[in-house]
Design a protein around this ligand. Structure first.
Ligand SMILES: Nc1ncnc2c1ncn2[C@@H]1O[C@H](COP(=O)(O)OP(=O)(O)O)[C@@H](O)[C@H]1O
Ligand SMILES: [Mg+2]
Length: 221
């Protein structure tokens, strides 16, 4: 398909002998925003993890730009498919600045100076320049999540997977994170969002899918 970036073909996942989901089929075009809904425990996080191979014991085929993700170097794959978690996953022993530059210097090979310049630019964008020398536990949940999203963005991924990015946040904090995600939508990032924020999801998604044991079904409500 033209401009197709990601395709899942009959992806099934078992945990031990228990079926989590079977025959998930999905095709996403560049710049598309899709959301996945479904009840707690139905496998939404597991499905996202299959996509970036945090889980690689699944059946079926997942391709990125037509290439089986099995055949892509893991470090490269994780750069191309960034993931943002509910609980931020920041390095607690590193400052905000060091959290932002570690991937740029260690994985992308940027100099410290260049990486800091890039990080400073993104800190302005997420309005956290004054927090750059703070540690994650000195930030609010919303601030941590914005840093986490910024860190993913700095790696220039082709797709970002967002796994319940606001569910650990209270109302005001949610707002700042949803605004940032909304900016990504406007910038034509390709996003796969798992979220219970129904109004937000309806507003930003090109398509909404419901996950169950039997796969993904487009939800038209
Ligand atoms: N490491 C694991 N150990 C035990 N059960 C797991 C593990 N990973 C996933 N599961 C099971 O897989 C199912 C899907 O989990 P998950 O993907 O977290 O669902 P969701 O994100 O939709 O809430 C759950 O029933 C969960 O119990
Ligand atoms: Mg989950």
């Amino acid at each position: 398909m033209k401009n197709e970036i990601l395709r899942l073909q009959n992806v099934s996942k078992y945990y031990k002998d228990e079926l989590i989901f079977k025959n998930v089929n999905l095709s996403i075009k560049k710049g598309e925003v899709i959301s996945i809904i479904g009840k707690s425990g139905c496998g939404k996080s597991t499905l996202l993890k299959c996509i970036n191979r945090l889980e690689d014991d699944y059946e079926g085929i997942i391709t990125l730009n037509g290439i089986n993700t099995d055949a892509i170097d893991l470090t490269e794959l994780r750069q191309k498919i960034g993931m943002v978690f509910q609980d931020y996953n920041l390095f607690e022993h590193l400052t905000v600045m060091d959290n932002l530059i570690i991937g740029l210097t260690k994985i992308k090979g940027y100099s410290n100076i260049k990486a800091k310049e890039m990080a400073n630019n993104i800190l302005k964008r997420i309005d956290l320049v004054d927090k750059k020398d703070k540690y994650p536990d000195e930030l609010s949940g919303g601030q941590k999540q914005r840093v986490s999203i910024a860190r993913t963005l700095l790696m220039k991924p082709e797709i970002i997977l967002l796994d319940e990015p606001t569910s650990a946040l209270d109302k005001e904090m949610k707002e700042s994170v949803l605004l940032l995600i909304n900016e990504l939508v406007k910038e034509d990032m390709t996003l796969i969002i798992v979220s219970h924020e129904e109004d937000f999801v309806k507003k930003v998604s090109d398509k909404i899918y419901k996950l169950s044991k039997n796969g993904l079904i487009e939800s038209k409500e």
